[in-house]
Design a protein around this ligand. Structure first.
Ligand code: AMP
Length: 412
């Protein structure tokens, strides 16, 4: 594989797999363009070299044929605006840089796509129609992947969010490019480098903070981290299954009774491997799962009947923050409580601040997974941590120790 920043794209047709799977409202207005904005530096580098950019992506979950509401044509104007932030409608004066043109092909393969590509000039961008209008995309069909590959001289994978899928455009296509003609884009490179830093080059103490609702979703990641981390902080709803497994009284807190043995095994394995597991000493409890519930604070292993733990308490915040403060590497996945409700957000906010504080003192911190990313954004702390991952499912699978097809296809 080639290194993106060292590659000169002059005169090359760069076929980039991007993740433009953005949310749209009923008027086709993009409500969160984070994924599109993330890829702009990759596109700009290729254009600056004098290359041609061909973008391919999926959008939504079409049933395997064209559907207007899932057409990528709805993204063209916004892509143009992102590439030409200061452009005005009047013609540029002499010497002024021309705006980057953005074209759209209403099929991702076939004659129209091929013809539009052949007319593309060096500083121009072409967006192909939704890959998932062909069921062959998700099936990882080789013939379909080969047809796509014909559109570019070089393959750039910049879609970390779909790297855990072995689809035609995310993995299979790579085999049709020589080793020096395939590479990661800047988004993918950033994700892979930061995940590798945590998984394989972590400076110790290494603390993993795992929260969220269910133990069952996080078992594999915890098991993989038992071989790497020095400390594992467990918060959120999943902490109560661990509390009960240790013989605690958890009232009506969230609990997966079929995972009590798993929780016991994790506690035992951690002991054998000398990894400290930290459970919340106390909890903010509520008499119902609602924003206007009555609340109280009590030890997490002595929650009265009819009450449930919906956030970590002040003692837990103190202990967790101290562990985080001593860490050199921090991985955070999952909130400490029901942070969507104001009464139960103090724990998640305090942990976000502790991670930001440790980062300012030199720790490397990676926040990954949908809800913890939403939390650091909500508390305006995204730029106070070392890296915020854009790929929820992909990052989780990476930390479970799985090989991601989208990464393997480019590196092999
Ligand atoms: P996950 O997707 O597994 O990371 O879980 C995130 C969800 O877990 C969020 O919507 C939180 O509201 C929820 N959550 C966190 N702590 C608790 C808790 N103590 N009880 C119930 N739900 C929780």
């Amino acid at each position: 594989m080639s290194k993106f920043s060292d590659y000169n794209f002059k005169g090359q047709k760069a076929l980039i797999r991007v993740d433009f799977n953005v949310p749209l409202d009923e008027n086709f207005t993009i409500t969160d363009d984070t994924r599109m904005r993330a890829t702009i530096p990759t596109i700009k580098k290729i254009l600056a070299d004098g290359g041609k950019v061909i973008l391919m992506s999926h959008l939504g979950r079409p049933k395997g044929g064209p559907e207007d509401k899932f057409s990528l044509k709805h993204l063209v104007q916004h892509l143009y605006d992102l590439l030409n932030p200061t452009s005005v409608s009047s013609a540029p004066s002499e010497g002024e840089q021309q705006p980057t043109k953005v074209f759209f092909a209403n099929d991702c393969i076939g004659e129209q796509a091929a013809m539009t590509v052949s007319m593309l000039r060096s500083d121009e961008v072409l967006l192909l129609e939704n890959l998932r209008f062909y069921k062959e995309e998700e099936a990882g069909d080789e013939a379909f992947a080969q047809k796509l590959s014909k559109l570019g001289d070089v393959y750039v994978n910049d879609a970390f969010g779909t790297a855990h899928r072995a689809h035609a455009s995310t993995a299979v296509i790579a085999k049709f490019f020589a080793a020096d003609k395939k590479m990661f884009g800047l988004v993918m490179e950033g994700e892979v480098l930061s995940a590798e830093k945590v998984l394989h080059q972590a400076e110790k103490p290494f603390t993993a903070i795992i929260g969220g609702a269910k133990v069952s979703d996080k078992i594999l990641i915890i098991e993989n981290l038992l071989d790497r981390a020095t400390d594992i902080i467990i918060g959120g709803g999943m902490a109560y299954t661990f509390m009960k497994a240790r013989g605690g009284k958890i009232g009506s807190s969230l609990c997966e009774d079929d995972r009590l043995d798993t929780a016991k095994e994790i506690i035992e394995k951690a002991r054998q491997k000398n990894v400290s597991i930290h459970l919340p000493e106390d909890s903010i409890i509520a008499d119902k799962f609602a924003a206007d519930a009555n609340t109280n604070t009590c030890p997490s292993d002595a929650i009265p009947d009819g009450w449930m733990g919906l956030d970590i308490g002040p003692k837990a915040i103190g202990i967790f923050s101290e562990v985080i403060g001593k860490s050199k590497t921090i991985l955070w996945n999952g909130p400490m409580g029901v942070f969507e409700m104001e009464k139960f957000q103090s724990g998640t906010k305090a942990i976000a601040l502790a991670v930001a504080d440790a980062t300012s003192k030199g720790a490397f911190s990676l926040v990954g997974g949908g809800d913890s990313v939403a939390a650091v954004n909500q508390f305006n702390l995204a730029d106070k941590v070392s890296y915020v991952s854009t790929g929820g499912g992909a990052m989780l699978e990476y930390f479970e120790g799985k090989v991601l097809p989208g990464i393997a296809a480019v590196t092999e």
